[in-house]
Every structure is written in structure tokens, then in C-alpha cells.
Design a protein around this ligand. Structure first.
Ligand SMILES: *Cc1c(COP(=O)(O)O)cnc(C)c1O
Length: 407
């Protein structure tokens, strides 16, 4: 497998799937894998969900693309539903998480520009952050491994240690425009900002006239058991980026903002050809039909707890393998004492898929409609894999070269 025609940017596993059904991925020879990576927190309703398929196929027969030269009813509908159900008043649709972040960064800078504070362009970000792979978002993320070799980093980002509120306060200058943070770092290793720290950030922003910008690309759209993860803290941001889950597998993202924060985004200052196209909007609306159903998010929280409790029991049973269980809802991480790639390899032998992350963590990001039986099946497979690692029978499974997080 693999093809010399493709960029070598991904250390792909030699594994391909032909179809999916709910929480399962199936290879051409019929082997079924329990999918707790879900396309890196994307397939929030699993694979081939009938409601999403019907929405996409129905739209495909009517209209694919018209561009933002015209009104797009599905965009108005989805925008209004997002506004009704979140802190936001205004929505801009994109094709990806990085583009949603680009829009968030531009919105924040533009806000200060139209306020007459042209100097306020700098944005405080956190170590371990991941905001995407465009030039601005790699600068925002600040990770050397993503910046190296790509020329001068986009100016205007000041990074502080994750969760260090004193450092944030010290980093604020008259040129600061905003603070940008993931409520739960995904690729950084399922590191959750404490609710107290979230409130402190809001307070600092209010005191200094800064905008609070949240990257909810991974933590949003129900992943933690709330529509957006910041809701756990009781505070509201000024701007937030979502993506991954909102399309349920169809590429799309959105930048959400309050009326005030979006006031600089006037006609002509920003745009996209594909963003918010009818196909994406049909699927996004279909995803919300289900996520917003009465009781759906409570079920995510309940199943998250079931999984987390099961993982905690495994942590007790395998103290030489598990350092810590972290996360919220169905965004959970197993911090490993052994190399995470070794455990991931053993899990793959059990036909169980998950995603690696920083700090030697394996991320469990199942579809949000995963069943209790599948959660229990997952725990059984994880236990078997941990046993195999303990007895050394997993020793032979070498992690694929460079098998690292690529989110
Ligand atoms: C995945 C991710 C992004 C980037 O999204 P893309 O769709 O890959 O551009 C940004 N921020 C966070 C927190 C993410 O998890």
C-alpha cells in the first residue's frame, strides 16, 4: 500500500477501509475495527448515519455549489441554529478548522482596528496548543516541529505555559488583542484548562479590553457533553472556532462571534469560495438535528463517564502501563507509562482504533452516538491489549515509523 504519487507528509498505517457502519470501520476483506478515533473527533454520529446520508444525497440531487455571491438558505438556517444554541450572534462558515481559526484571528484583530486601536494585534496563546497547519495557525500553535523550515513565522503571537495564569497576566501589553486557547487541548494530550483558569481568562480579557477566543475545533459540537466545552465553566467567549464534528465527516468549519466582536467584519473584508456551500450546510444541519435532540448531550456525558470509569479500573489493574486517565465526556485520554505507540499497536491487534496525542497520550474519541455495548466492548479490547503488553506478547508489534499525531 501507499503511493509514490502522494506527498510523504503522513506516516500512514498500512490499513485501508472500504466502508463504515456506526462505530465500526470495515476493510475490504470484512475485518471489523471498533473506531474510537472517529476520523480524529470528526465522525460524531459514526459512519454512514442514515440521516446524514439522506441529507447529503438529497442535496446532491438538487444543488452542489453556488458561491457566496448568492444567498444560501441552508447557511442562514445553520447560522441561526448555531447562534440560538451558543454564545454567538454571528457565524462565518469555512471548510476546515484552520480556516475557522484564521477567521477568528482576523476577526479579533479587525475588532481593535475598527475601534481605532490599530496597534492591538498580538494574541496570547498556550504551549502545547494546536490550531492548524496554515502559516498563521502554526505560528499561533508555536510548535517548533510545525514551524521549522517554513520561513518567518507569522508575527503577533506570544506564548505562555499552559494554564499559567500569572504568565498570561504578565504577557498582556498595550498591543494585546486577544487570548486564544483550547478549553481542552486535543493534540496536546487531552489537557483540560481548569474551570477556574477559564474564568480567570474571561476576567483578564474584561479587565484589559481583550477578546477571548476559543479553539473548540476538537472540543466542540458535543464532544465533552456540552455543545461547546466552555459551557462547563459558565463563562462565554467573544469568538470561537468549531470544525471537526459539525460536518460529521463532511469538511466544514465555522467561526462564531458575538455581534460586538464581529463588528469589524464588514462587506468585502473576508471571504471564501467554498465555505458554507449547500452540501456542507445540508450535512451540518443534519448533524445538529441529532446533537440538539433532547437528552443527546446528557447521553454523551453519561457514556463518557461509563468509559472513564472503566478506564480508571484498567489504570488500577495495569499501573505499569497507565499513568493517568484524563478528559471529559467522550474526549478521553490514556496517558501511558510505556510508549503510546506500543499500546496503540497492541490495540490495533485487537481491532481497536484510537488516536495518539502529545504527552504520550492515546486519545479515545468515539462517535458521540456510541452504544453502551460498544463502550464495554472497547474496554474489553483495551484490557486484552494491556494484558498482551504486560505478558510481552505484544512486544513484536513495532509501532509504524513516525506514527505520531497528525491532527
Ligand atoms: C484539528 C484541529 C485544528 C485544525 O483543523 P483542520 O480542519 O485540520 O484545519 C485546529 N484546532 C484544533 C483544536 C484541532 O483539533
Amino acid at each position: 500500500m501507499g503511493s509514490p504519487a502522494l506527498y510523504e507528509t503522513y506516516a500512514r498505517l498500512p490499513l485501508a477501509f472500504e466502508r463504515g457502519e456506526g462505530s465500526w470501520l470495515i476493510t475490504a476483506d470484512g475485518t471489523r475495527y471498533l473506531d474510537f478515533a472517529a476520523g480524529i473527533a470528526v465522525n460524531v454520529l459514526g459512519h454512514a448515519h442514515p440521516h446524514l446520508v439522506a441529507a447529503l444525497v438529497g442535496q446532491a440531487g438538487r444543488l452542489w455549489h453556488v458561491s457566496n455571491l448568492y444567498e444560501i438558505p441552508g447557511q442562514q438556517k445553520l447560522g441561526e441554529r448555531l447562534a440560538q444554541n451558543t454564545f454567538a450572534d454571528r457565524v462565518f462558515f469555512t471548510n476546515s478548522g484552520a480556516e475557522a481559526l484564521e477567521c477568528a484571528i482576523k476577526t479579533a484583530r479587525r475588532y481593535h482596528f475598527v475601534n481605532g486601536a490599530e496597534n492591538r494585534t498580538r494574541i496570547i496563546t498556550f504551549e502545547g496548543a494546536f490550531h492548524g497547519r496554515t502559516l498563521a495557525t502554526i505560528a499561533a500553535g508555536g510548535q517548533k516541529k510545525y514551524l521549522e523550515g517554513f520561513g518567518p513565522a507569522v508575527e503577533g503571537f506570544d506564548q505562555v505555559p499552559f494554564g499559567d495564569m500569572e504568565a498570561v497576566e504578565k504577557a498582556i501589553t498595550p498591543d494585546t488583542a486577544a487570548i486564544l486557547v483550547e478549553p481542552v487541548q486535543g493534540e496536546g494530550g487531552i489537557r483540560r484548562l481548569s474551570l477556574g483558569a477559564m474564568r480567570k481568562l474571561r476576567e483578564l480579557c474584561d479587565r484589559h479590553g481583550l477578546l477571548l477566543v476559543l479553539d473548540e475545533v476538537q472540543s466542540g459540537v458535543g464532544r465533552t457533553g456540552k455543545l461547546l466545552a466552555h459551557e462547563w465553566s459558565g463563562i462565554e467567549p467573544d469568538i470561537a472556532a468549531i470544525a471537526k464534528g459539525i460536518g460529521g465527516g463532511f469538511p466544514m468549519g465555522a467561526c462564531l462571534a458575538t455581534e460586538e466582536a464581529a463588528k469589524g467584519m464588514t462587506p468585502g473584508v473576508h471571504g471564501t469560495t467554498f465555505g458554507g456551500n449547500p452540501m456542507a450546510m445540508a450535512v451540518g444541519n443534519a448533524v445538529l438535528d441529532i446533537i440538539l435532540e433532547e437528552g443527546f448531550l446528557e447521553e454523551v456525558a453519561r457514556k463518557g463517564l461509563l468509559l472513564k470509569q472503566g478506564l480508571a479500573a484498567l489504570a488500577d489493574e495495569f499501573p505499569d502501563i497507565v499513568e493517568e486517565i484524563r478528559g471529559e465526556g467522550l474526549m478521553l485520554g490514556i496517558r501511558c507509562k510505556i510508549p503510546n505507540a506500543v499500546l496503540q499497536g497492541a490495540l490495533r491487534e485487537e481491532k481497536f482504533l484510537c488516536a495518539p496525542a502529545g504527552e504520550n497520550v492515546l486519545r479515545l474519541l468515539p462517535p458521540l452516538n456510541v452504544s453502551d455495548e460498544e463502550v464495554n466492548e472497547a474496554l474489553g479490547r483495551i484490557r486484552t491489549a494491556m494484558q498482551a503488553v504486560t505478558t510481552g506478547s505484544a512486544e513484536e508489534i513495532l509501532p509504524a515509523a513516525g506514527e505520531k499525531s497528525q491532527a
